[in-house]
Design a binder for this molecule. Structure first.
Ligand code: PEP
Ligand code: MG
Length: 583
């Protein structure tokens, strides 16, 4: 049996907290088989099971080849020759022979690990043809694993009684994350991803510790291994020693105590030492989070991302009536505070609006946000009517995502007026004074903030997308995660320009929850900051330690700076001086 040494894998911390449990590994599109130890006496049987699965797979592939040949011809069928060759690939077989006696685990789990390694190597080669073969290898792997399970499958993936796990996945889409079973998942870690991705944002909403962009995660982790996930530092510790476990247990207790103390200050106003008031609201993705609005001391919801409610269930979209009931309930729960409903923001890296629609080469620049809504007017109006109707029962606001200029806003406001008229004709009540806003996340919109301010009541700066589009860095691509800089001077100047337009402006991107950035945001003059509910207590206390005049001076200097590092350190210096204990 391999000696279990403690191993640390480092990535980016995206959601705070500490999870202690067992790993469950999910590779790309192909789940890891259960793992269990075997004895030396069981080795010959393992090989026999494996050989039988290879023979079954061979038969399947040959039959498939013949069928495709008959229907489409020899060229199309040739792909199965490649599959058959791979099935008994010499490199794989010899690696399996050497690894099995070392690991002494059921053969399918070792085979899986060997093939995963092989695929990772193939993915990294320069030759595009070889890279494209990875899909074929994965197909063969899946077939073999299936054929092994049909015999005497062993479901001993986790130690007895250990149903909760830390999920280690190659990748999790926002949809996968939204569907995670919170009762059984203690936290997650992925090989891809970035801090601004929706997957990371969802982890924070779900209150799950998480780390992303962990190199070699899938290759180095095994299902069933004990592990600790440190979501503060972005570290996954596999096979932690007893000493490490104890240290983390006490760290977890300490952190939880400090957090409870911050939450106890929820009634205190968010005001700087020199009396400047900043409104503090919550970002919400899931209806269940509304419970925590009052507990966290939020003064309302600054951003309700309605897409998870509208598209998250996988079924058909809720109709106007169902939406109205839902929005109304949320408003009642949040009373007397305001809830800003952001209309559907589908597409891009989020949930697709039409899952079977044609693939886009550049989804971030494609059919997303307000563009989807404006080309599906009936659905858009349904949502707007539902929000308007709910406004009769509480303080509602509406805002539109991914706006790029005045033309879209004019059209949107026309449709909103049509909705008002329709409701009046039906004798249905709504709040005439409901505030209307737009998100500023596209540089073109930020440049036009003065004009847009004539049409709407407020702005909400989505720093995640504004950064992505201003400096052309994909917010979800882990290869460029390290150059995703919210303090790029171009981004900061666009934010300043937006705020200078003179209407109330919220910061609702992830930047608002970064303690280092609060002096800059307050200094630029943001009137509201909206962050995930778990971050709210610490942001409140941090702002209460800031001096507004000092932040304003610093922000003016930041606007003259030439690079992101200078801006970051200007803001961070004040943060470290003002609230060193909160870090
Ligand atoms: C943003 O882009 O900063 C934002 C708040 O919107 P989302 O993260 O939902 O795209
Ligand atoms: Mg956005």
């Amino acid at each position: 049996m391999e000696k279990q040494v403690e191993q640390r894998l480092r990535g980016l911390p995206v959601s705070p907290g500490i999870a202690i449990g067992c790993l469950r590994v999910e590779a790309r599109d192909c789940s890891a088989p259960p793992i269990h130890p075997i004895t030396t006496e069981e080795l010959p049987d393992e090989w026999r099971r494996f050989e039988a699965a290879l023979v079954r797979t061979e038969e399947e592939l040959t039959a498939l080849k013949q069928r495709v040949e008959a229907v489409s011809g020899a060229t199309e069928a040739a792909i199965f020759d490649a599959h058959l060759l791979f099935l008994r690939d010499r490199t794989i077989m010899s690696k399996l022979k050497s690894e099995l006696p070392l690991r002494m685990q059921n053969i399918e789990s070792v085979y899986y690990a060997v093939v995963q390694n092989f695929m990772e190597v193939m993915r990294s080669v320069d030759d595009p043809y070889l890279r494209s073969r990875v899909m074929d290898i994965r197909d063969v792997l899946q077939r073999v694993l299936r054929n092994m399970q049909s015999g005497n499958s062993v479901q001993r993936m986790l130690p007895p009684g250990e149903s909760k796990c830390i999920l280690a996945a190659y990748e999790l889409t926002p949809g996968d994350t939204a569907e995670l079973d919170r009762k059984n998942v203690l936290g997650f870690v992925t090989e891809t991803g970035s801090a601004m991705s929706h997957t990371a944002i969802l982890a924070r909403s779900l209150g799950l510790p998480a780390a992303v962009a962990v190199p070699r995660l899938v290759m180095d982790s095994r299902t069933g291994s004990p592990a600790i996930l440190d979501g503060y530092e972005g570290v996954l510790i596999i096979n932690p020693t007893e000493e490490t476990q104890e240290r983390y247990q006490s760290l977890r207790a300490e952190r939880e105590k400090a957090y409870r103390e911050l939450v106890e200050m929820r009634e205190l106003p968010t005001v700087t030492t020199d009396g400047h008031r900043v409104h503090l609201a919550a970002n919400v993705e899931f209806a269940h989070e509304f419970e925590s609005i009052h507990r966290s001391g939020a003064e309302g919801v600054g951003l309700y991302r309605t897409e998870f409610f509208l598209l998250g269930s996988g079924g058909s979209m809720p109709d106007e009536e169902a939406q109205y009931e839902h929005y109304r309930k949320l408003l009642e729960e949040c009373a007397p505070h305001e809830v800003i409903f952001r209309t559907l923001d589908a597409g891009g890296d989020k949930l697709p609006f039409e899952p079977n629609a044609e693939r886009e080469d550049n989804p971030a620049l494609g059919w997303r946000g307000i563009r989807v809504s404006l080309s599906r007017v009936q659905i858009f109006k349904q949502q707007m009517r539902a929000i308007l109707r709910s406004s009769a029962h509480g303080k509602a606001g509406i805002m539109f995502p991914m706006v790029s200029g005045v033309t879209e806003v004019r059209r949107t406001l026309e449709l909103l007026d049509e909705c008002r008229l329709e409701l009046r004709e039906l004798g249905l009540a709504y709040d005439e004074k409901m505030r209307v806003g737009v998100m500023i996340e596209v540089p073109g919109a930020a440049m036009m903030a003065d004009a847009l301010a004539r049409y709407v009541d407020f702005f909400s700066i989505g720093t995640n997308d504004l950064t992505q589009y201003t400096i052309a860095v994909d917010r979800v691509n882990h290869r460029v995660a390290s150059i995703f800089r919210v303090t790029h001077p171009g981004v900061v100047r666009l934010m300043a320009r937006t705020i200078e337009a003179g209407i109330p402006t919220t910061i609702c991107g992830e930047m608002g929850g970064d303690l280092n950035m609060l002096p800059l945001l307050v200094g630029l003059g943001a009137t509201e900051i909206s962050v995930g509910t778990h971050l709210l207590p610490v942001v409140r206390v941090a702002i209460r330690h800031l001096n507004y005049a000092e932040c304003r001076n610093m922000a003016q200097r930041a606007l003259q700076a030439e690079d992101s590092a200078t801006i970051r350190s200007l803001s961070r210096d004040i943060a470290l001086k003002s609230y060193p204990n909160l870090f």
